[in-house]
Design a protein around this ligand. Structure first.
Ligand SMILES: C[S@@+](CC[C@H](N)C(=O)[O-])C[C@H]1O[C@@H](n2cnc3c(N)ncnc32)[C@H](O)[C@@H]1O
Length: 374
């Protein structure tokens, strides 16, 4: 609206008319085209930002995915193929993958392939000649085989916050009380009652749950986009029996991130902190399987990266095999080695992020990442 100069103005105008479902509050806080968290010119991801993601943590992540690209390419024959990173942010991962593919001499220059980054907000995307950016899958030219990768896309989708009150499911809304944002409860939108009923999930009295109806909807779009290929999803999430287990997750999983600190205060500083919730991986898996995809892998990130050969990267080689010229380089190397290990250690990002890989039309043969390590 004219005269709005900040997200607070947008929210105040909106709340003057009526309270807002929390889901719509998240949509505004993260994706308002001018004042949303992801519309800000500075990247929220990275050491200087609010949280770190695997591609920005260590080059070992793109190194391991490079192995997957090699395997994908060798199985695609002469097909015109593409690698697409959806929810690519500033494009760090897709740029590294395109560069790595060229650098490894995989013959990409002569082969009919292309690298794309897709994000609903491309304001921070860094240009690179061999990467094309788009805001929608619909803008990408046709291809015979596709490898789709996403990292922390689904946990960044707007979500509703629900709570069971006796026999009734309630939905949390946002209101303004004495000049501050506050919570209020309404009977839940019927679509959330259906969500739990269809999945046979019963919440305990007083249990909170965070749900995005966009998890299966967006994944369905990816499935339709990939007639033949792989969809590789890295995200914070769990299968639904664990995600909605009352004893473990009575307060849901919604969290806010700012300056690498996590908080449960979801309403403070709208537009200046990230809001996220763990995803229901069964929504993705079942959506894919209903569209004819085979689930090839579902486990923690550490196992996936190791199965792809991450340990062969020089940052993960034994210390004795590495030489440095001076103390400064030695310190930098130690830090880089620590970051690389964080990707694959079974605490933190290595175990909290799960990977789902689904495949259609690429043959029955096992993939390298299906190798059992432990
Ligand atoms: C948590 S960030 C992850 C960025 C990057 N993948 C990384 O790992 O550093 C989530 C990204 O998903 C993008 N996003 C959210 N919804 C999207 C959608 N429907 N289509 C494409 N991108 C979307 C956001 O704009 C944001 O850049």
């Amino acid at each position: 609206m004219p005269g709005e100069r900040s997200l607070s103005d947008v929210l105040r105008n909106s709340l003057n008319n009526s309270d807002l479902p929390f889901r719509d509050f998240v949509e505004l806080a993260l994706y308002h085209p001018e004042f949303g968290y992801y519309a800000r010119p500075e990247s929220p991801v990275g050491r200087e930002g609010d949280f770190i993601t695997s591609p920005l943590l260590s080059p070992v992540f793109s190194f391991a995915l490079g192995r997957l690209i090699d395997e994908f390419m060798s199985r695609s024959g002469d097909a015109v193929w593409q690698v697409v990173d959806i929810g690519c942010g500033d494009g760090a991962l897709i740029r590294a993958l395109a560069q790595g593919a060229g650098g490894r001499g995989s013959g990409i220059g002569e082969r009919p392939c292309a690298f794309f980054g897709v994000d609903r907000n491309l304001g921070r995307a860094q240009p690179q000649p061999d990467v094309t950016y788009a805001t929608s899958l619909g803008d990408i030219p046709p291809a015979e085989a596709r490898l789709i990768i996403s990292n922390e896309l689904f946990d960044a989708l707007p979500f509703a916050r629900l709570v069971q009150r006796g026999e009734e499911l309630h939905e949390l809304w946002v209101t303004e009380r004495d000049g501050a944002l506050d919570w209020t409860e309404h009977e839940a939108d019927a679509r959330y009652d259906e969500y739990f009923a269809e999945r046979g999930i019963e919440l305990d009295d007083g249990q909170f749950a965070d749900v995005s109806l966009e998890w299966p909807a967006l994944y369905g779009d990816l499935c339709r986009f990939v007639q033949r290929g792989l969809i590789v999803t890295f995200d914070y999430g769990l299968p639904q029996t664990k995600l909605f287990r009352g004893r473990m997750r009575r307060f849901g999983t919604a969290a806010a991130y700012s300056r690498h600190r996590v908080s449960r205060d979801l309403l403070v500083n709208p537009g200046e902190q990230d809001l996220t919730a763990h995803i229901n991986f069964d929504d993705l898996r079942l959506t894919g399987e209903r569209q004819g995809f085979a689930s090839r892998f579902f486990d923690i990130q550490a196992k996936f990266l190791l199965a792809l050969g991450a340990a062969e990267h020089e940052l993960l080689k034994p210390v004795g095999e590495v030489t440095v010229d001076n103390a400064e380089d030695g310190m930098a190397l130690l830090e880089a080695r620590d970051d690389a290990r964080r990707l694959i250690l079974p605490d933190g990002i290595g175990a909290d992020i799960r990977v789902l890989v689904q495949e259609r039309g690429m043959g029955r043969e096992e993939w390298g990442f299906q190798t059992k390590l432990f």
